[in-house]
Structure formats: C-alpha cells, structure tokens
Design a protein around this ligand. Structure first.
Ligand SMILES: Cc1ncc(CNC=O)c(N)n1
Length: 223
C-alpha cells in the first residue's frame, strides 16, 4: 500500500530549513545543553505570557470557524474546544512560574517581535480568514513549541531540572498527540480546499515559522 503524502508533509519538506530554524533555535539549544542564561529564560517567560494572552482570542476564533462548519463530519471542533480549555490552565501556569522566578508580569512591555506576532494573530481572527487558513496557523504555532521543547527532553539532553516542567508543558507526549490531531484536521481541510485557500494557507504557515524565529531571537539575540 502506498501512503499518500499529505499537504503538511509536502510543506514540511519544502520549507525544511525554515522549519528547522524555528524548532532548533539557539535558545532551545541553550536550554538543552544546560547553558541557558536565566535572564534570557525570564525574558522569554514574560514575553510568552503576553503572547499567550493574545493567543486566547485567536484560538477562540478558530473554534468559532470550526463551529460554523461543524455539520461537516469530523472537522475537529472537539479538539479545538479542548485547546481553548487548556489555555485556562496555561495562563495560571504562567502566573505561578513568573512568581517562582520573580518575574513581575504586570510590568512586562511587549517587544517589537512579540507585538508584530500578536498583531498577526489578531489579523487571523477576522471572519474573512477561512477556517483552513486558521487551522493551519494554529497547528503550526503549537507544533513549533512541541518540536522545540521535546528536543530539550530527549535522553541525551542536559536541560536544567528547574526548566523541565516548562519543557514538559509543550514537549510532552500528550501535547505531541494534540499537535498530531491538529495536523490531521488541517490536512483534512486542505484536501477539500480551493487552490486559493491552499496558497493562502501555505503563506500563513511560512509566516508563522518566521514569527517564531523572531520570537526566539528576541530572547536570545542572534547568538
Ligand atoms: C511564541 C509562542 N508560540 C507558540 C506557543 C505555544 N502555544 C501556546 O502556548 C507559545 N506559547 N508561544
């Protein structure tokens, strides 16, 4: 039996360099090698809290888009609803983690790369953005974190124990399975999408990867 190559697989192969750039950034390598500068980690924590706050309305908009098409068999609405509900716990986790590291969340000013990424998320909440495009963005955003942090948990990694919980939040098998579910939803949508929607979705996928690289750079300026 010949396995058919899905659209996400095609894109991951075609854009391999950028994908690897977003999932194997020097910031992630520094965590994995145990060389992370704690001030860089704290910067990331504060900035990511701001990002996640902007991520909530984005995920809610994906849910709305899925809900409208929920007559279609298996369009992923339950998986996305699970994603919305997990964000409640995630926001609490950021608050707890910030207090553990002495990061004052109310004082955090979003940096330029973060602001631009959050504006991009907001633009994707528009009703003019099709579900196919939005679900591809959602899958890509989650998958970059999954692949990045899973790398810090591999057997030969030297991740500092105090950062393991952070890495497990996105690098765990459970989060990996969630990302696979999102990927299947995205591929199913892409199978039935117009050429125009596919073109837009691919461009959006690339934009996500670029924003993710900039986000890592922000914490770990080009080293
Ligand atoms: C910049 C960025 N990208 C992806 C994620 C993971 N999704 C939700 O937590 C994240 N927290 N931050």
């Amino acid at each position: 039996m010949e396995a058919k190559i899905t659209m996400t697989e095609t894109w991951l192969r075609k854009h391999r360099l950028l994908y690897v750039g977003s999932t194997r950034h020097s910031f992630i390598h520094a965590i994995r090698d145990g060389n992370i500068d704690i001030s860089a980690f704290k910067t990331w924590l504060g900035q990511d809290y701001i990002f996640v706050r902007a991520f909530v309305p984005f995920v809610a908009s994906v849910l709305t888009k899925a809900w409208k098409g929920s007559n279609d068999r298996d369009n992923g609405v339950e998986v996305i609803l699970g994603g919305v509900s997990a964000l409640n716990d995630e926001i609490s986790w950021f608050k707890k983690e910030a207090s553990k590291w002495g990061v004052q969340l109310s004082d955090i000013v979003p940096q330029k790369a973060n602001q631009e990424y959050c504006s991009f998320l907001e633009s994707l909440t528009s009703p003019d953005v099709e579900y196919t495009v939005a679900i591809v963005a959602f899958w890509a955003i989650e998958t970059v974190y999954q692949e990045s942090f899973a790398h810090c948990l591999e057997d030969d990694s030297k991740t500092p124990p105090e950062l393991e919980e952070t890495c497990r939040r996105w690098g765990s098998q459970g989060f990996g399975e969630y990302c696979n579910s999102l990927r299947k939803i995205a591929d199913r949508q892409l199978e039935n999408a117009s050429d125009d929607a596919i073109t837009k979705a691919e461009a959006t996928f690339l934009q996500v990867l670029e924003y993710e690289v900039e986000f890592w750079n922000m914490n770990h300026g080009g080293t």
